[in-house]
Structures are given as structure tokens and as C-alpha cells.
Design a binder for this molecule. Structure first.
Ligand SMILES: Nc1ncnc2c1ncn2[C@@H]1O[C@H](COP(=O)(O)OP(=O)(O)OP(=O)(O)O)[C@@H](O)[C@H]1O
Ligand SMILES: O=C(O)C1=C[C@@H](O)[C@@H](O)[C@H](O)C1
Ligand SMILES: [Mg+2]
Length: 177
């Protein structure tokens, strides 16, 4: 059986979870969301894990879950949390185990999308300032992905269509056929 792993990375609010679901619908592959898996494994919301155990504990869980999920011998779409790229060991494993696609968006787009959202602990307080600061801190960390898609001003369907038309994605599909 052919195994395909498509891994979506990108800053918070670039739409990884949302686009991953749309790709899952189109391909029939499973979607596994790392944030969702962590919350399920621990039995707590992400913001509770940050509040009660701290970011380092969350990052350790994230690495464990990522490694476990990417070891599965199935075709799947793996949607990661925005901070997965902050650990070099996570980047290495993603490079080895599948095709990584980076979703991008301007800070203004992210701020608009996440304005009413309180589920992301690193954005609590002055959300706008935190988005800009974290984007600067993480500049370049998403650039290892062979496919990069801007999501500004595009519908979910347009983004999925653009992925399909991308030569690297087409090659990935053909090689895994
Ligand atoms: N192309 C788009 N156009 C408009 N809104 C979008 C688009 N993609 C995602 N959204 C909205 O932006 C918000 C964040 O999307 P989503 O949760 O998919 O981001 P994410 O990249 O998975 O974030 P995180 O890194 O925190 O998991 C959601 O409310 C979603 O509906
Ligand atoms: O960008 C980040 O560091 C995070 C993104 C979310 O997906 C969650 O993984 C969590 O809120 C941390
Ligand atoms: Mg997500």
C-alpha cells in the first residue's frame, strides 16, 4: 500500500486545521491534528496545559505526539500547532517523514482571524502585539517547507486548489501513486 504523509505547518491562524480538513475531504485521507491529539491524550484543553504545566511541558508533549503520529504507517494529513517549528528535532522528523506545506499570512490577516479567539495562550493579553512579536521571533522557521502557500484574501477552496496545482504537490502525488 502507498503511504502518503502531508504535513501542514505555519503560524497560528494561517489555517492549518481548517485547510487540513478540506484536503482530507478531497483526498479521503485521515486528518490528524497534533493540538487535538495532545488535548485528547492529556484530557485537558491546550490553554489548561499551558496554565497548569507550562510551555516547556507542552513542547515536550508536542514532540512526543508528533513523533508518534508521523510513525503511523498510513496515508494522512498531519496538521501541526504553530509552534512546532521552534524545536529543531521536530523539524528534522517532519523533513524525513513526508511533504511539508507551509501556510503563510500577513500579521493583519492573522489578527483579523483570531480576534475573537481565546484558545491560544501565547496570544492572551495584547493579541495584536503578541502576534507581531512571535512572528518576528519565528521569522524563517517555516521556510524549510518545499511548498509555501499564501492564504491572505483567499477562500479555503482557493487555497486547496492552489495546492493541487503546485508542481511539487503533483510530483508528490505521482511518486506515491
Ligand atoms: N482562508 C481563510 N479565510 C478566512 N478565515 C480562515 C481561513 N483559514 C482559516 N480561517 C479561520 O481562521 C481561524 C484559525 O484557523 P485555524 O484554526 O485553521 O488555524 P491554525 O493554523 O490551525 O492555528 P493553530 O496554529 O493555532 O492551530 C479559524 O476561525 C478559521 O475559520
Ligand atoms: O504557535 C504556538 O506556539 C501555538 C500554536 C497552537 O497551535 C497551539 O499548539 C498552542 O497554542 C501554541
Ligand atoms: Mg490548528
Amino acid at each position: 500500500m502507498t503511504i502518503r504523509q502531508l504535513i501542514l505547518i505555519g503560524f497560528m491562524g494561517t489555517g492549518k486545521t481548517t485547510i487540513g480538513s478540506a484536503i482530507a475531504e478531497r483526498t479521503g485521507w485521515d486528518q490528524v491534528d497534533i493540538d487535538h491529539q495532545i488535548a485528547e491524550a492529556v484530557g485537558k484543553e491546550i490553554r489548561e496545559i499551558f496554565a497548569e504545566e507550562g510551555e516547556d511541558a507542552f513542547r515536550a508533549l508536542e514532540s512526543q505526539v508528533l513523533e508518534h503520529v508521523l510513525a503511523s504507517p498510513v496515508s494522512q494529513i498531519v496538521t501541526t500547532g504553530g509552534g512546532v517549528v521552534t524545536r529543531p528535532c521536530n523539524v528534522e522528523i517532519m523533513k524525513q517523514r513526508g511533504l511539508t506545506v507551509a501556510l503563510t499570512a500577513e500579521p493583519e490577516t492573522i489578527i483579523d482571524r483570531l480576534r475573537a479567539d481565546t484558545s491560544r495562550p501565547l496570544l492572551a493579553g495584547d493579541m495584536e502585539r503578541n502576534v507581531r512579536r512571535l512572528m518576528e521571533e519565528r521569522a524563517g522557521l517555516y521556510d524549510f517547507a518545499p511548498v509555501r502557500l499564501s492564504t491572505d484574501g483567499k477562500s479555503v477552496e482557493e487555497i486547496v486548489d492552489e495546492l493541487w496545482a503546485h508542481p511539487v504537490f503533483q510530483r508528490f502525488l505521482a511518486e506515491n501513486d
